[in-house]
Structure formats: structure tokens, C-alpha cells
Design a protein around this ligand. Structure first.
Ligand SMILES: *Cc1c(COP(=O)(O)O)cnc(C)c1O
Length: 386
């Protein structure tokens, strides 16, 4: 390929086929833009658009009200002392890992940790000790496992881990571990705890202080209706001077943030959605009810929900033995479920999956939840004799 006109034809504006579907993709249900965010995306879409009135530090910008957002409302929302925006949850995790650990140090992670926690630790040069989960079907985590992992690290390396991390909830089963207990176990050993709330912050009430976590991480494009990539990071007073230390070369710039993070539409869509996000977090209980209703409807049809039961999050993992049987018998069977759902304008179960899949009911409301459950039932009926 070259840069001639015919090679360039496929670029330029591209329509998005899945726009307007009923979306049950866990990655996407909490990241759909609110109307104010859609407007902000256009208004602030130009590169470096927020820098019009910047005196050198992003979080000090008064107009637009980035300062008020980052220093006044965000810490309260996260239940922490100091907050910043980053370029994603993974960047937030890396910032903490890199400032607390030296290459060769250890970190303790839960057995359901996201791959980006591993990669962030790897990039920071940290060794990883995993706290095992109980396995199928509950995949639960014993808080005491953190004590054992910390003791093992201390015995093997001569000092405690630099940090422990808990995924709250995890991105596979939507389990909410006993984070408060985990924080207290870690603190008994003097180990700080990072709460990875990529699937919590912006969906459900969560507070670093109530849990006792030293750090809290969220993802704007996953759970705060921001176009992103953008993340949030909350830090306790005790660690803020370390994590947000300034450069000796550029006196006002924070080293771990590489001087500046979200510098345009990403932060402005986050801010535009924030009032709605605060409201929806207050309205979390009906989301849990909807998830439970959906889970019950699917279990009545013979699907098996794995992870915590009753479930307390919109992200759910299902085992679908009957869909798997069908997929083994029909032509091009691996893709039959994807095709059937697509025909019904439902998007979000990974193409090719039938035996196990995860989905999210966040923001769907009762009507769409019933529509999706009915679709599953219709598909089962359609292949009844296969
Ligand atoms: C999606 C996800 C992330 C990554 O979030 P980014 O903001 O895209 O970096 C991290 N952890 C968990 C548990 C996730 O589900």
C-alpha cells in the first residue's frame, strides 16, 4: 500500500455498524456517551482544546472547570484525598506501581486480576504473586489469601511486597470480593492496597475511604460515560507526595503523569457526563435487581450463571451447554449465536463464543432486559430439534 488516492479511499469518515444496537457488551455498557458528552465531543474535539487557558498544569485549569472537577468533586466521588485524571485505568495502576516499587520488588494481585494489571506491573519491573481464587463455579477470593501471599513474598524476597491490588469487581465474573477485609489484612502487614474499580467507579457506590484502600482506580471509557481513553486515580494523603512528586527539570510537572494526561475531548466528555454519572451511581440498587432478574430468567432456560450468587453486579458470566451443543451441530456453528443475536439487533457477545460468555445488563432497563432474555428463549426454540 502507498499514499496514493486509491489507497487512501478506505479511510476518512467510517460508519459504525453496531451503533444503535441493544448493547450488552460489558466493555461498553457503562461507556455509552450521555447527550451532554456527545455535544462536548464535538465542541472540544480539536487537539489540545482544553489548553486555551492552561498555565502549565492540567488540573489547575479554571476555565473550563477542570480544577474544580479534579480537586473538588472527584476526591469526594472516589472517597480519597487527592485525585487526578490519567489516560486510562491501566495508566493509573502503572503510576502507582511505578512510584511505590523499584525494579525487582513484588506486588500481590488477586487471581482474577485484569491483564492490564499484569502488564502494568511488568512495565514497572515488579514480580507478581497471585492470590488464588476458589475456581469454578464461584471464583471467590479468601481475604486471608492476601496474608499468605504477603508472608510468602516476605519469606522469599526478604521484604514485604511494595503493593497489593484487588480487582473490584473482576472483569470475568463480576464478583465483588470483601475488599474491606482485604484492606485490613494488607494493612496488618503494612502493605498498601490499590482498588481497581474499572467496573465499579461510575456504576456503583464505591469509596476508597470506606473500604480502607490507599489507592482507587477507575476507567472513564468503561464506566463513566466518557469517550476516553481516560482514567481516574485517587490517592490517600499519605501517598500523594510520592505518587504526584514533581519533576526537577520542569518544576510544575508531575513525573508519573509525564507532565500532562488527558488534554482534550477525553476529559471534557468525562466532565460532561459526570452529573449523570453521579445520579446513576445513586440509583445502583435497581441495576442489581435487573441483573438478578436477568440471571434468574436465563437460569430458568437452562443457562448457568457462574460467579457470586445472588449476583451484585451487572457483569455476569454464563455457561450455555445447550448453545454449545447447537453450535457443534449446525453449519458454521461457532458463529450461530452471534448471527442470531445480530439479526435481533443485539450486540456484545463475542463472535465465536457459545459455551461460555459474559454480558452486562447495565443501563438496559427492564424492557430491554426482557427483550434480550426473550431473544435467548427464541433462539433456543428455533434450534429445539437440532
Ligand atoms: C477494562 C479494565 C481495565 C482497563 O481499563 P482501561 O481504562 O482501558 O485501561 C482494567 N481493569 C479491569 C478490571 C478492567 O475490566
Amino acid at each position: 500500500m502507498t499514499l496514493d488516492d486509491s489507497s487512501l479511499q478506505k479511510f476518512g469518515f467510517i460508519k459504525r455498524e453496531t451503533l444503535g444496537s441493544v448493547n450488552i457488551d460489558p466493555l461498553q455498557t457503562g461507556g455509552l456517551l450521555t447527550d451532554p458528552a456527545k455535544k462536548a465531543l464535538v465542541e472540544w474535539g480539536d487537539g489540545y482544546s482544553v489548553c486555551d487557558f492552561c498555565g502549565g498544569v492540567l488540573d489547575q485549569i479554571k476555565k473550563p472547570p477542570i480544577y474544580d472537577f479534579i480537586h473538588q468533586v472527584l476526591p469526594e466521588f472516589l472517597g480519597c484525598d487527592e485525585a487526578r485524571v490519567t489516560n486510562g485505568a491501566r495508566e493509573s495502576k502503572f503510576v502507582v506501581m511505578h512510584s511505590l516499587g523499584k525494579a525487582g520488588d513484588w506486588i500481590v494481585l488477586d487471581g482474577l486480576a485484569h491483564y492490564s494489571s499484569y502488564v502494568a506491573a511488568e512495565r514497572a519491573g515488579l514480580n507478581i504473586k497471585v492470590v488464588p481464587h476458589s475456581g469454578s463455579p464461584e471464583y471467590s477470593l479468601d481475604p486471608e489469601g492476601y496474608g499468605r501471599a504477603i508472608e510468602e513474598v516476605t519469606k522469599e524476597s526478604g521484604k514485604p511486597p511494595a503493593l497489593a491490588l484487588i480487582t473490584y469487581p473482576d472483569g470475568s465474573y463480576g464478583n465483588l470480593p470483601d475488599a474491606r477485609k482485604i484492606a485490613s489484612v494488607c494493612h496488618e502487614y503494612g502493605v498498601p492496597l490499590l482498588l481497581n474499580g474499572a467496573y465499579a467507579v461510575g456504576r456503583m457506590p464505591v469509596s476508597a475511604k470506606e473500604i480502607g484502600a490507599d489507592f482507587i482506580v477507575g476507567s472513564g471509557h468503561k464506566s463513566m460515560s466518557a469517550s476516553g481513553p481516560i482514567g481516574v486515580l485517587g490517592v490517600s494523603e499519605a501517598y500523594a507526595p510520592v505518587v504526584f512528586r514533581k519533576s526537577k527539570h520542569s518544576k510544575v510537572k508531575e513525573v508519573e503523569l509525564l507532565g500532562c494526561t488527558a488534554r482534550g475531548a477525553t476529559v471534557m466528555t468525562l466532565i460532561a457526563s459526570f452529573p449523570d454519572v453521579v445520579k446513576r451511581v445513586r440509583n445502583w440498587d435497581p441495576e442489581v435487581e435487573n441483573a438478578r432478574r436477568f440471571s434468574a430468567m436465563l437460569e430458568d432456560m437452562g443457562f448457568i450463571q457462574n460467579g457470586q450468587k445472588p449476583h451484585s453486579h451487572d457483569l455476569m458470566f454464563f455457561e450455555a451447554p445447550r448453545f454449545f451443543e447447537i453450535s457443534e451441530k449446525v453449519k458454521n456453528g461457532r458463529y450461530f449465536l452471534y448471527r442470531e443475536l445480530k439479526e435481533r439487533n443485539i450486540h456484545g457477545i463475542k463472535s465465536g463464543l457459545t459455551k461460555y460468555f459474559k454480558l452486562s445488563t447495565f443501563g438496559l432497563g427492564r424492557e430491554k432486559i426482557e427483550f434480550v432474555a426473550d431473544a435467548f428463549e427464541e433462539i433456543l426454540k428455533k434450534y429445539e430439534n437440532v
